[in-house]
Design a protein around this ligand. Structure first.
Ligand SMILES: Nc1ncnc2c1ncn2[C@@H]1O[C@H](COP(=O)(O)OP(=O)(O)OP(=O)(O)O)[C@@H](O)[C@H]1O
Length: 409
């Protein structure tokens, strides 16, 4: 069966990508100097240019063919304007392209002059794969290539948990507090008080990964180490995990509130008893710390809901299942008051003017899924960004720049 999807030949316009053509098929060849040679001579495409790379890239990179649909305008000008810090969270169903879109956005911000940090909160990270660079280890790593500083961070809950366990075993539990202190979780550790943390971490409570991610967000807000970044992009975990992350500050705030009330009751009862026996008033220290923890949780919760500084971008693919999940995700985000404006529909196939029956059928299904988005009351008001399926893996900064220049316009 024929597998090619279109009929015309390569055009020499490829390194001058301009133009906004309806569902135009676009081929972009390489950033390798001078010669533009198709990788697969059996694939022939009608190439119409789309965008102009602002600066020649150092590394060689080849994309053989992509499709560029009409509604691919993300209003990037608005995203890039201003030097006040903005947070972008990209999330959706597993495997739809969250990491590729988040990494390409981070590269685009950095190339637009913003010192940028891209953070993965997904315990199953793929940022390292996406940047083709080792970013593991739970620390900030500089990404090579963009014009302005770009750093990446893969939050590593598994490692953190392992360190907790070792510290608990080696130190009879006393080292755990130091470790949690180091992660900005010291106050939580203190409040856990008498609990045997080593045992607790053998069967980690649900939400520990999210608590670790939240502690990082607190650090972004407070620590001078992160103050240089004017754009922070989150590559989030698949939907369920991320919704827990977003609702955790609220939950913790309420829990701490309850704990504080309980503490107040206990302390007034104890001080009454103690005053009868003529003893000192109990110290306020731990209550103050709880109050401070609560204030920080409120700060994170407000950050997640602040329309001026935060935006959640939903990433999906044009299938009924993915669109249904995106609709539910949007409803949940609305419930949490998290600002959402944009929806990326990733991996859209070429138009059906093709001799590939499989592709034509698949594309028909995709168009149905796009119609479904347009008539879905949850999704219809979002800015729709259609991202093409490209025929190579999006790996490394040049490839991410290429994708970013198509998606973020
Ligand atoms: N527009 C695209 N064209 C071609 N390949 C793509 C496109 N977007 C993503 N991919 C590929 O799809 C795969 C999954 O993408 P990615 O890792 O970005 O998804 P994800 O949603 O972050 O996945 P996970 O939920 O597993 O973290 C990768 O191999 C990536 O290169």
């Amino acid at each position: 069966m024929a597998t090619s999807c279109a009929t015309s030949t390569f055009s020499p316009l490829l390194n001058k990508l301009t133009g906004r053509t309806s569902m135009a098929m676009v081929g972009l060849l390489s950033y390798a100097p001078k010669t533009l040679t198709p990788i697969s001579p059996t694939r022939t495409f009608n190439f119409i240019s789309l965008s102009t790379p602002t600066k020649p890239l150092k590394k060689s990179f080849q994309v053989r063919a992509v499709v560029a649909p009409t509604e691919a305008v993300s209003e990037f000008d608005e995203m890039v304007s201003g030097t006040k810090r903005k947070y972008y969270m990209l999330g959706g169903k597993g495997g739809v392209g969250k990491t590729s879109c988040a990494a390409s956005l981070a590269v685009k911000f950095a190339n637009s002059g913003h010192p940028t940090l891209v953070v993965s909160t997904d315990p199953a990270h793929s940022l390292s794969d996406s940047f083709a660079q080792d970013l593991t280890g739970g620390a900030l790593v500089p990404v090579e290539g963009p014009d302005s500083p770009l750093f990446a961070l893969e939050i590593n809950p598994e490692k953190a948990r392992e360190e907790f366990r070792t510290a608990a075993q080696n130190n009879g539990g006393t080292g755990v507090k130091d470790l949690m202190d180091g992660m900005g979780l010291g106050m939580i550790a203190e409040q856990l008080g008498e609990l045997k943390l080593g045992e607790l971490l053998d069967t980690p409570p649900p939400g520990l990964d999210e608590a670790i991610a939240i502690s990082k967000v607190i650090q972004f807000l407070d620590s001078p180490e992160y103050s240089m970044f004017t754009r922070i992009v989150f590559d989030t975990a698949p939907t369920g995990h991320t919704l827990r992350l977003l609702s955790l500050p609220d939950f913790l705030d309420r829990s701490i509130g309850k704990l504080l009330k309980l503490k107040q009751k206990i302390s007034s009862a104890t001080s009454a008893i103690k005053s009868v026996f003529g003893q000192e008033q109990p110290k306020q220290d731990s209550t103050d710390k709880l109050e401070r923890l609560r204030e920080r949780m409120i700060k994170v919760r407000e950050l997640f809901r602040d329309t001026d500084s935060t935006e959640f971008v939903i990433v999906t693919i044009p299938t009924v299942m993915a669109v249904s999940e995106s609709s539910r995700l949007h409803a949940s985000l609305m419930k949490e008051d998290v600002p959402v404006k944009r929806l990326i529909v990733n991996q859209i196939l070429p138009p059906s003017a093709s001799d590939c029956k499989f592709c034509a059928i698949k594309r028909k299904d995709q168009m149905r899924a796009l119609d479904m988005i347009r008539s879905d009351p949850e999704l219809t008001n979002l800015t729709l960004i259609q991202a093409p399926l490209v025929d190579v893996e999006i790996r490394g900064v040049p490839a991410l720049k290429f994708l970013g220049d198509i998606v973020w316009k």
